[in-house]
Write a protein of this length. Structure first.
Length: 201
């Protein structure tokens, strides 16, 4: 079969067997449990933030200042090196490394600006964040987003679907969704539900 014929066949099969909501009660329970854990984390973190606002001193002297900043810069160096390696070898993990590196750059910019506020180094921190850290982070996040969209578009084409890639917040997870975050030994082996809603053997 030609590639076009395979795409047409896949599209026809997808139309015959449309996606079906998860019907396995175990999967539904695990999804609800995961959502409850995330909601619980949000509530606890919000309370912790309020506690810190009320109790942390406005001024604090740290004896580990050098270790904290050098450690952050070492982490950034490792993230940049990993991103460069993955990009050079054209590996999918580059998406993860790009997001990680961008996040570290945002953290660096935030701590620079917040901790230098009111000091002689504040202007330097603002310029560093505006001209280096934030633009680099934006480029990394934008590149990671484009790579994810290309991956989704490739899957769509292999499935026989045409048209533009929808916004990423509307694209469902592939395979078994959140079940894929679990180790294989914790996933149900019998009666698993496939993407089409049918139990697998």
């Amino acid at each position: 079969m030609s590639p076009q014929e395979r795409r047409e066949l896949a599209h026809a099969l997808a139309a015959v067997d449309p996606p079906h909501p998860l019907i396995d009660p175990t999967l539904r329970r695990r999804r609800r449990f995961g959502l409850l854990v995330m909601m619980g984390c949000c509530v606890v973190l919000a309370g912790w933030i309020a506690f810190l606002i009320l109790t942390l001193p406005g001024h604090y002297t740290s004896r580990d200042w050098r270790a904290a900043w050098v450690g952050l810069d070492v982490a950034e160096l490792a993230a940049f090196a990993a991103t460069a390696w993955a990009a050079w070898h054209q590996r999918q993990i580059v998406i993860f490394f790009m997001i990680l590196t961008g996040t570290l750059l945002l953290c660096d910019a935030w701590f620079d600006v917040a901790l230098d506020y009111g000091s002689s180094g504040f202007v330097t921190s603002i310029l560093s964040a505006a001209l280096a850290e934030l633009p680099l982070a934006f480029l990394l996040f934008a590149g990671a987003r484009r790579l994810v969209k290309v991956t989704v578009q490739t899957v769509m084409q292999l499935s026989g679907l045409t048209g533009p890639v929808p916004p990423l917040w509307r694209v469902p997870l592939f395979a078994d969704g959140l079940e894929e975050t679990l180790p294989a030994r914790l996933r149900p082996r019998a009666g698993r539900v496939t993407a089409g809603g049918r139990p697998s053997s």
